[in-house]
Design a protein around this ligand. Structure first.
Ligand code: C2E
Ligand code: CA
Ligand code: CA
Ligand code: CA
Length: 278
């Protein structure tokens, strides 16, 4: 018994017995967690490679589980996607990131955009634009300070994606393509979609130093992005050598443990405050 719509295969697939039960428990727990306010956001800074300044923050969800402690998204996002819970969870993330960023602005911190990851299920919602518009209105965040990270897989249906992204950019928000290079869509979509930035996937950045193929891919993505008038950011940057490589190839921005890991709100506030003074 395989996927036939709803959750039933979870119950009957004997091969997947324990996993299936685990999934149902997880989904039930997540629903409660959302009502109990157990989710929170960490923020990972993005740096300009020229100036070294923090030029953006990416919101990354965490689950403060009463028993298991802080659970990373890799352990619950797939189940949330599968059950559809990603939609209310994603709404919460979007609203919380906008609210927090607006609060930082009101505290007088440097105004930088926050980016939020969209899941394919959220992207498929009929009224995503309306939702984003409502959230911007309710939180008072100016749209230029919100960036949405979408993946290549969401642009497979080019016509639909174009319509959806045009609507979103008409609101004034920016779009970036996450995990760039790992999808299998044709590059032709890049010239038609209203996107402003490519994020080079960590898997290419990781071995820049050791693997000439990865170095060539990263250099090519940067050059192509610039030829298409797009900004480009490298994710998963962990070493100074990687930074040098990216600078040499005129990559615009970087994100990764070399700069900073994702941090809780209090640490970000400190970082932005001290950045303001220097
Ligand atoms: P992503 O969007 O590609 O986010 C980058 C992930 O790489 C983050 O993991 C981050 O902590 C990690 N990372 C950052 N710098 C480095 C580095 O230098 N080295 C290494 N090894 N890792 C680094 P995290 O926070 O565990 O998130 C994993 C994924 O979960 C994200 O990948 C994203 O796809 C998803 N995710 C996180 N938050 C949300 C959310 O609110 N909504 C949705 N739909 N997905 C989310
Ligand atoms: Ca991302
Ligand atoms: Ca990514
Ligand atoms: Ca990635």
């Amino acid at each position: 018994v395989k996927e036939n719509g709803k959750n039933d295969y979870l119950l009957y697939d004997s091969e997947m017995g324990p996993t299936a039960l685990h999934k149902l428990t997880l989904q039930h727990e997540m629903r409660k967690a959302l009502n109990n306010g157990e989710f929170l956001l960490y923020y990972q800074p993005k740096y300009d490679l020229g100036s070294g300044k923090v030029v953006g923050l990416e919101a990354l969800v965490r689950w403060r589980h009463p028993v298991r402690g802080l659970v990373p998204p890799g352990e619950f996002i797939p189940a949330a996607e599968e059950s559809g819970l990603i939609v209310p969870l994603g709404d919460w993330v979007l609203e919380e990131a906008c609210r927090q960023n607006k609060a930082w602005h009101d505290e007088g911190m440097p105004r930088i955009p926050v980016s939020v990851n969209l899941s394919i299920r959220q992207f498929a919602q009929r009224d995503l634009t309306g939702k984003v518009a409502d959230i911007l209105k309710n939180t008072g965040l100016s749209p230029q300070y919100l960036e949405l990270e979408v993946t290549e897989s969401m642009t497979m249906d080019v016509e639909r994606a174009t319509r959806c992204l045009v609507e979103l950019t008409n609101l004034g928000v920016n779009i970036s393509v996450d995990d760039f290079g790992t999808g299998y869509s044709s590059f032709s979509y890049l010239k038609n979609l209203p996107i402003s930035r490519l994020k080079i996937d960590r898997s290419f950045v990781r071995d820049i130093q050791q693997d000439p193929d990865d170095a060539a891919i990263v250099a090519a993505i940067i050059a192509m992005a610039h030829n298409l008038q797009l900004q480009v950011i490298a994710e998963g940057v962990e070493t100074e050598e990687q930074v040098h490589f990216l600078r040499r190839h005129h990559c615009d921005e970087m994100q990764g443990y070399f700069g900073s890991p994702p941090l809780p709100v209090g640490d970000i506030r400190k970082m932005l405050n001290s950045a303001q003074q220097s």
